[in-house]
Write a protein that binds this ligand. Structure first.
Ligand code: FMN
Length: 234
C-alpha cells in the first residue's frame, strides 16, 4: 500500500472524498473496507473534514503531509492521497479512469457546490467530473433538519445522476454496537459500488451473515463486548 503518489490508474480505481459533516467514522471505516477489498482508493479531504475528524475521533490529520498511519488502514489495496487543492491530480480529469466516487460524509456546503457546478477544490472538481462522465457518484450527506435549500440541492444532484445515500442507519437488524450502525451505512455504500460485503445482515437472510475476516472491525474493537452496568431503581 502506498500513501502518496500518482500511481497508474486502473478502471476500477475509486475516489473517496471526506468533507466536514459529522460522521467521520463512516469515512474511516469505508476507507478500511475498500482497501481491504483490494481496491485502489484515491483519497482527498477538505480542511473541514480534518477539523471534524479531530473533534469526533481525536485524530490529527495533516493535509499537507498526509500520514495514513493513525487511520489504521491495511492492504492489500492501495491508498493514493491527493491534497484538496491539487487540481493537477489525475482525478481532476475525465481522462483518468475510475469506477466511481464517494463523498462520505458530505457536508451541505460541498453538496451545494456540486449542485451548482462550482468546482473550487479537488473534491467538487472530481465530483463534477464523475457527473459529466456519467460515472457513479455517491453522496453521503449528514444534516438535520433539512432546509428547502438542502432538499432542492439533493434533487438537483440526483437529476444529474448522483446517488444520495444519507447516513441514516436502519434499526431492523437489531444493532448491538455503534459499529453495527456504522457498518449498516458502509454496507449500503459498498453495495452501490459493487463491493461484495457481509458487513451487515440483509433483510431476508435467515440467520444473518457472518462478517468475513477482511471486513471485521479491528480486534481491539471486537474485543470490547463489555455490557453496561445495570442501574437498580430504588
Ligand atoms: C464538529 C463539526 C460538525 C459539523 N457537522 C456538520 C454536518 O453534520 N453537516 C454539515 O453540512 N456541516 C457540518 N459542519 C460544518 C461544515 O464543516 C462546514 O460547513 C464546512 O465549511 C464544510 O466545508 P467542506 O464541505 O469543504 O468540508 C460541522 C462542523 C463541525 C466543526
Amino acid at each position: 500500500m502506498t500513501a502518496t503518489g500518482v500511481g497508474s490508474p486502473r478502471a476500477d480505481d475509486l475516489v473517496l472524498a471526506v468533507t466536514g459533516a459529522s460522521g467521520s467514522v463512516y469515512a474511516v471505516r469505508l476507507l478500511k473496507v475498500l482497501i481491504r477489498s483490494g481496491r485502489t482508493v484515491h483519497l482527498t479531504m477538505s480542511p473541514g473534514a480534518a477539523q471534524v475528524i479531530h473533534e469526533e475521533l481525536g485524530l490529527e490529520v495533516d493535509l499537507a503531509a498526509f500520514d495514513p498511519g493513525p487511520l489504521g488502514v491495511r492492504g492489500p489495496g492501495r491508498l493514493v492521497y491527493h491534497h484538496h487543492g491539487d487540481f493537477s491530480a489525475g482525478i481532476a480529469s475525465g481522462s483518468f479512469r475510475t469506477s466511481g466516487m464517494v463523498i462520505a460524509p458530505c457536508s451541505m456546503s460541498t453538496l451545494s457546490s456540486i449542485a451548482a457546478g462550482i468546482t473550487t477544490n479537488l473534491i467538487t472538481r472530481a465530483a463534477d467530473v464523475h457527473l459529466k462522465e456519467r460515472r457513479r457518484l455517491i453522496l453521503v450527506p449528514r444534516e438535520t433538519p433539512l432546509s428547502l435549500i438542502h432538499l432542492e440541492n439533493m434533487v438537483r444532484v440526483t437529476q444529474a445522476g448522483a446517488v444520495v445515500l444519507p447516513a441514516m442507519p436502519g434499526w431492523y437488524h437489531r444493532p448491538h454496537r455503534l459499529e453495527d450502525l456504522v457498518d449498516f451505512v458502509v454496507a449500503r455504500i459498498c453495495d452501490q459500488l459493487g463491493i461484495v460485503n457481509a458487513l451487515a445482515p440483509r433483510w431476508g437472510d435467515d440467520h444473518g451473515p457472518e462478517p468475513c475476516d477482511e471486513t471485521r472491525w479491528d480486534a481491539a474493537v471486537d474485543a470490547d463486548e463489555t455490557q453496561p452496568e445495570a442501574i437498580e431503581e430504588s
